[in-house]
Write a protein that binds this ligand. Structure first.
Ligand code: HEM
Length: 267
């Protein structure tokens, strides 16, 4: 895995805009790696320490050729963990909390199930459905870019080899053609909806390069959201508000999402 080389995708305006951000991340990651290298006795076992084990002594650019994990692979893996793993999961959870503040009845139903069966994550169907429905209405990644590897014809349109194709699944996620009351937050729809949604619902992408962290993040989000709902009621500070959305690599709210976490034991 390599960073986008300058120039290769430069016709896409946002790629140019983010090259300096990528540089910032590379430097920050190197700083953290250097810090770990200086504090080898640290007993912390986390993903970074596993990657560092994989990289052996290969912690600097100069030792690039040393196997098994090259320096650029080490940095790239750290980068993807932050951007692909942390950012997407955090955004989805923020959207889920916002939707629950907006729908206190749905929040209450999920809390009732947690109170009844405990933090038994496999059985928390309401929280699982809330996450699925959040990813339908607010998919952290809205689209993906692919390049054609051969000349093809797709629904009457001829595409030459080497053409970039943007597949924006967000449009299918909110299309009335595929969903009943498409714009409404209805987690319960997932109790009965057994359709194969590969191209109507693909928040983790489709095909061979779909998200490698899908299962991990699904479990992580159910665990975190359940723990929050067990302890807190999520509310708006004042009146409910609508989100002003923008895409900045991930889908996000233009403004901070302000919510109040009220302890349930103080109810
Ligand atoms: C809500 C959480 C997440 C969402 C919505 C999400 C979404 C996506 C999407 C849409 C793709 C591109 C799929 C494609 O090209 O067809 C992707 C790829 C990827 N994701 Fe995630 N992701 C999430 C969490 C995670 C986590 C937790 C990790 C790692 C711990 C992760 C690691 C990756 C990696 C490494 C790829 C690249 C896979 C490849 O190119 O073969 N993701 N993700």
């Amino acid at each position: 895995m390599m960073f986008v080389p300058k120039g290769s995708l430069s016709f896409i305006p946002f790629v140019n805009r983010y090259l300096s951000d990528v540089e910032y991340f590379k430097n920050e990651i190197q700083r953290i790696i250097d810090h770990r290298a200086r504090n080898k006795d640290s007993s912390s076992k986390d993903i970074l320490s596993l990657l560092l084990d994989g990289a052996g002594n290969n912690l600097t650019q100069e030792k690039e050729d040393l196997a098994p994990l090259s320096h650029s692979e080490l940095i790239s893996n750290c980068f993807i963990m932050i951007v692909a793993g942390h950012e997407t999961t955090a955004r989805t959870l923020a959207f889920a909390l916002y939707l629950l503040a907006k729908h206190p009845d749905i929040q209450r139903t999920a809390q009732d199930q947690i109170d009844t069966i405990g933090l038994n994550y496999d059985s928390l169907t309401h929280v699982t459905n809330i996450i699925k429905e959040t990813l339908r209405l607010y998919p952290a990644a809205v689209a993906i870019l692919r390049m054609t590897t051969q000349d093809i014809e797709f629904k009457g349109t001829k595409l030459n080899k080497g053409v970039y194709v943007l597949y924006m699944w967000y449009l299918a996620h909110i299309d009335d053609k595929y969903w009943d009351r498409a714009l409404e937050f209805i987690p319960d729809r997932w109790t009965t909806d057994k359709r194969n949604h590969e191209f109507h619902y693909s928040p983790f992408g489709v095909g061979k390069r779909s998200c490698i962290g899908k299962k991990f993040s699904e479990i992580e989000m159910v665990v975190v959201l359940s723990m929050i709902l067990k302890r807190y009621n999520i509310k708006f500070e004042k009146e409910p508000y609508d989100l002003d959305l923008m895409v900045n690599i991930t889908l996000r709210s233009k403004n901070p999402i302000h919510l109040v976490f009220e302890r349930r034991d103080e109810e």
